[in-house]
Design a protein around this ligand. Structure first.
Ligand code: BES
Ligand code: ZN
Length: 841
């Protein structure tokens, strides 16, 4: 198997001088790069990364050198004078601009009926080599002088402010200030028509938010405010000032991931940056603030201090995940961000991390194509973020912050491993953090702690929690128990302990749900907690945690899924929005058991309506003046549950709203639900065509998202095939959105089989279009997320097993097979009992 070699071992760059000439119309670029660096040995050879570039000339220290294009995206430069010491390698090269959304690529948009383009870059994780020869490794930090030649009358943005800009031969030539010492994957530029809004931080850093002219200026304000207040916040929190003179934020019409933290020039997909006051929902606003905070935190974590190698990617992403919540929470305490964290990230992590074969947070990388699979949102982001939160809670925020400040002071402009961070945090807290955290980041999975009471003795024991088929595991973790009773020790480090417990107060573990484990309470302990829920005696987090952990235990076969039905009854008087998220999720959890039983399905639908009715009556369809944002968000959850119940009045109201208002006028919070109801309960081909047309025409990413969500909920097989065609055509549905459309269709019961067949029939196209992209493994992943019959399991195995050796897919296919198998077994095992319990309602 091909392994990743490190080119920095044979040439250490210090400074790059890069000039690049863009020919947008001709879809090519050409340039020169001169790299100042040093060779540790006298080998007569220097290797640099280059991919899909034509190398035109090479000199070393001004003397012409030989070169050949080797394997692993390397070119080998050969000259007898290459000895240990300093050298200047200068290379002339050219390449092509292609649509893959990495390297240097075009973004497409339309403004006032005219089709237009921007050019942008995306270099993480290893796409800089597609644009210029370089040592494309995070440890190879250097300074950069960049000069770009482009069309005239456009905006050209780089990592640094513009030093000089002039017209030469009818072209615009832009020189940027020299960057600080940085990794090449953080270099970036954008060129095209853009408009902006500007503000300044307390310390005088200029902040700009940019978008294409197709986007209204008012949609830039929210992100601008967020960015300014977040930089001010991190300046204090990290005890280290924002390191650059400016911070640009650009919304790009075509963008592969959500956002990218290029130093000083953060790029976003439009939906992740733009907030149109007219059309954006509260949850989307919070999402934008989170993305901005995430990418800004990288300006320190990742950019100022960078991981040595990709196996420590969590140093970037797990921390940014924590900060994406920590900063908005500090700035907007009323948003209850940590509750959102528990209902979204934590659940995402707990679900995926329960599957056999999932990667640990810290994972070795053996092949270049594996780098992209490290970015598993559930693991490196959600689980990693949760582990950092666990650590912060464990040592306290003061020690945490102190450790971070000394980490930045010590390692700024350098590279680190996890242990460097643990050492600073150990010093700051007086605890051995490495011992504690290394187990958590290097072991996949997490424990379930079982608590049982016998007289006044409590027994607590840990074992790895699994959903689906798995090998036996003897892993142990140091678990911060955070018990509600002082009889229970702070840490469980062994397999089992027994302690005396005399208090009559019901016992809870993991209070606040900040540690990465779940609890199985035995018999009376569980009944006592349920009683507390009914009496309204538990906090919000504890209420939702109990319900969610029971749904997981049911998935894992440790309790019966049917027990969720009476448990839901305990939540009938629930008032908190975050808990309603979980109630709705628990109903969702039951849907897969009733797909083949109409009567049971009817019962489940009516259960959903019965539970939600009270809140529905309270909230209604119209936002009240000055209502809390949580009520606004909750209305969508509740109405979603009512729509699922197929209550005739609710469906009629939704359809009436759809008929009487324009999409723009509909309540942003409810828009997707209303469109979905119009489609599911009143579809005509005219309706579908109108929505597709609107999707293609509107510049609003919010409207697009809601239309897509509504359309993909169709029950009509002809429409489903039509939508699948749209994905492939790529004109109306952009390739950045392809996986969203597909996953929505696969989650739709009527769409699942057709979309699954489509995925298999169109695999060649998927491979061609996405194999270089980080979303490639989403295809087998999303399929595994929704298939649920034995037949589909066999089809999945037959289809994907031959691809198991493709490095970008190996892990995801292995996990996928186990995931579907676990789901099939669960439905077989618990189905009869669930349906019986529903029948009794
Ligand atoms: N560094 C990533 C983006 C990235 C990941 C680029 C992998 C290329 C390869 C960025 O900081 C990030 O994490 N973006 C997230 C959004 C974020 C708010 C969770 C993303 O793109 O999903
Ligand atoms: Zn990130």
């Amino acid at each position: 198997m091909q392994t990743v070699s490190r080119l920095i071992t044979q040439f250490v760059p210090e400074h790059y001088q890069l000039s690049l000439n863009h020919d947008r119309i001709g879809r090519t670029f050409s340039g020169t790069v001169s790299i100042n660096g040093s060779s540790p040995d006298s080998t007569g050879e220097i290797k640099v990364h280059a991919k899909d570039l034509t190398i035109e000339s090479v000199t070393v220290d001004g003397k012409e050198a030989d070169f050949n294009q080797g394997e692993n995206d390397e070119i080998s430069i050969i000259h007898p004078d290459i000895h240990a010491g300093r050298h200047i390698v200068a290379i002339g090269f050219s390449g092509t601009i292609t649509d893959g959304m990495h390297g240097l690529y075009p973004c497409y948009y339309e403004h006032d009926g005219v089709k237009k383009e921007l050019l942008a870059t995306q270099f993480e994780s290893h796409h800089a080599r597609e644009v210029f020869p370089c040592i494309d490794e995070p440890e190879a930090k250097a300074t950069f002088d960049v000069a770009l030649t482009t069309e005239q009358d456009i905006v050209v943005l780089g990592n640094m402010p513009i030093k000089q800009q002039q017209i030469e031969n009818d072209k615009l030539v832009t020189h940027f200030d020299t960057t600080p010492r940085m990794s090449v994957y953080l270099l970036a530029w954008v060129a095209g028509e853009l408009h902006k809004k500007t503000a300044v931080t307390k310390q005088g850093v200029e902040v700009n938010v940019w978008a294409t002219p197709a986007q209204p200026a008012s949609s830039l304000d929210f992100a601008l405010d967020s960015a300014v207040e977040t930089i001010d916040f991190f300046n204090e929190y990290f005890g280290t000032p924002y390191p650059l003179p400016k911070s640009d934020h650009v919304a790009l019409p075509d963008f592969s991931s959500g956002a990218m933290e290029n130093w000083g020039l953060i790029t976003y997909r439009e939906v992740a940056l733009l907030v149109d006051p007219e059309t954006t929902s509260v949850s989307s606003k919070h999402y934008v603030a989170g993305v901005v905070a995430h990418e800004l935190s990288h300006q320190w974590f990742g950019n100022l201090v960078t991981m040595k190698w990709w196996n420590n990617l969590w140093l970037n992403e797990s921390f940014a995940n924590l900060m994406e919540h920590l900063a908005p929470d500090a700035l907007h305490p009323d948003w209850s961000v940590w509750l959102d964290f528990v209902t979204t990230e934590s659940i995402y992590a707990l679900r995926r991390d329960s599957l056999e074969g999932v990667q640990p947070v810290q994972t070795e990388v053996n092949h270049p194509d594996e780098i992209s699979t490290l970015f598993d949102g559930a693991i490196v982001y959600a689980k990693g973020g949760r582990l950092m939160r666990m650590l912060q809670q464990y040592i306290g925020d003061e020690a945490f912050q102190k450790g971070l400040a000394s980490y930045f002071a010590k390692y700024k402009y350098g590279n680190t491993t996890g242990d460097d961070l643990w050492n600073e945090l150990s010093d700051a807290s007086g605890e051995n953090i490495g011992d504690f955290m290394n187990t958590w980041i290097s072991q996949s999975g997490y424990p379930v702690v079982t608590v049982s009471q016998n007289g006044d003795m409590l027994t607590l024991s840990q074992q790895q929690f699994f959903v689906g088929p798995h090998e036996p595991s003897s892993k142990l973790w140091p678990i911060p128990l955070k018990a509600s009773s002082t009889d229970v020790p702070q840490m469980l480090t062994t397999k089992e302990i027994t302690v005396k417990h005399t208090s009559s107060e019901p016992l809870r573990l993991n209070v606040g749900s900040t540690a990465h484990f779940i609890t199985q309470y035995d018999g009376d302990l569980l009944s006592q907690l349920i009683q507390q829920v009914e009496n309204g005696e538990l906090d919000v987090v504890d209420r939702l945690q109990l319900l969610h952990e029971q749904t997981l235990l049911a998935r894992g076969g440790l309790v019966s899924t049917a027990s969720l039905i009476p448990l839901l009854d305990a939540y009938k008087n629930e008032t908190a929005e975050a808990v309603w998220d979980i109630i709705s999720l628990a109903i969702n959890e039951l849907k897969k058991f009733v797909e083949t039983d109409k009567d049971a399905e009817r019962k489940l639908r009516s259960l959903s309506g019965t539970i939600a009715r009270k809140q529905y009556n309270r909230l209604g369809w119209d936002a009240k003046e000055n209502e809390s944002e949580t009520d606004t968000k909750m209305r969508a959850t509740i109405i979603g549950m009512m729509i699922y119940s197929e209550d005739a009045d609710v469906l009629a109201t939704a359809k009436e709203l759809y008929a009487s208002k324009s999409l723009e006028e509909l309540d942003a919070e409810l828009r997707a639900l209303i469109v979905g109801t119009a489609v599911r309960h009143g579809e005509t081909s005219e309706l579908v065509d109108t929505l597709i047309e609107k999707y293609g025409k509107t510049p609003s990413p919010d409207l697009q998202q809601d239309i897509a969500s509504g359309l993909t909920s169709t029950k009509n097989e002809v429409t489903i095939s039509k939508l699948l065609d749209l994905i492939k055509q790529g004109t109306i549905v952009r390739s950045q959105d392809a996986t969203h459309w597909l996953v929505w269709l696969m989650r739709n019961r009527s769409g699942r089989a057709i979309a699954w067949q489509w995925l298999q029939d169109n695999w060649k196209w998927i491979e061609q279009t996405f194999s270089g992209d980080k979303s490639y493994d989403d295809f087998p992943r999303y399929a595994a997320g929704s298939l649920m019959t034995r037949n589909q399991l066999e089809e999945y195995k037959a289809f994907f097993s031959p691809m198991i050796d493709v490095p970008a897919l190996t892990r995801v296919i292995t996990i996928g097979i186990g995931e579907i198998e676990g789901r099939v077994q669960l439905i077989e095992r618990d189905g009869p009992e669930v349906r019986e319990a529903l029948a009794k309602l």
